[in-house]
Design a protein around this ligand. Structure first.
Ligand code: GAR
Length: 208
């Protein structure tokens, strides 16, 4: 059983999907959410954690002098709960050296586009404005860049003629919830091996 620490800044629907998967879904017996950390005291993610009895803490950036001190406080909260894998779920800040060195190869993120297309903010709007016909989501390991770490898995969705940002975001979000749970299950089973930029999934392809 691995302990997940989820960092969320807002709505927390990915957090909810992860909690549900741990409680009675595909992650049951494999992972549990041991801690939720938010940089935003108003985040809806905090209420979701409370409803499921998951310990949650608010660590505000402005309460700390620099990014290092801020991340040290996050690391302390995660370590206190014995976190093995850190999952960014709508965490709207760049992650720095302190957090990455505390959890080497153990910080993952979900992004609402098919990376390396459309990194950064408002990825769904970027895809729509660019005229992409297909977009989707990416679960990836986190490095110090913006959505630039090794890709674990991706799911594609069509961009429809009549899409606006809301309708495209909703279609992508459904896939995010599934993809994030799947990626966590692969990690929890020890099936992910990273060599350079490539993430190999052990056993995949053998059945073909
Ligand atoms: C999700 O679409 C997630 O992929 C995105 O924010 C949303 C959070 O929703 N993350 C990023 O854009 C990070 N660059 P949620 O709070 O309901 O999980």
């Amino acid at each position: 059983m691995i302990n997940l620490g989820v960092l969320a800044s807002g709505r927390g629907s990915n957090l909810q999907a992860i909690i549900d998967a741990c409680e009675g879904g595909p992650l049951h017996g494999q992972a549990r959410v041991a801690a939720v950390v938010s940089d935003n005291p108003e985040a809806r993610a905090l209420g979701r954690a409370a409803r499921h009895g998951v310990p949650a803490v608010v660590v505000e950036r402005r309460a700390h002098k620099g990014r290092e001190a801020y991340e040290q406080a996050i690391v302390a909260a995660l370590r206190e709960r014995g976190v093995d894998l850190v999952c960014l779920a709508g965490y709207m800040r760049l992650v720095g050296r302190v957090l990455l060195e505390a959890f080497p190869g153990r910080v993952i993120n979900i992004h609402p586009a098919l990376l390396p297309s459309f990194p950064g903010l408002e990825a769904q709007r970027q895809a729509l404005e660019h005229g992409a016909k297909v977009s989707g989501c990416t679960v990836h390991f986190v490095d110090e860049g913006t959505d630039s770490g090794p890709i674990i898995l991706q799911r594609a969705v069509p961009v429809r003629e009549d899409d606006d940002v809301d309708s495209l975001s909703a279609r992508i979000l459904e896939e995010e919830h599934r993809a994030y749970v799947e990626a966590i299950a692969l990690h929890a089973s020890g099936l992910l091996v990273v060599t350079g930029r490539r993430v190999h999934i052990l056993g995949e392809g053998k059945e073909q």
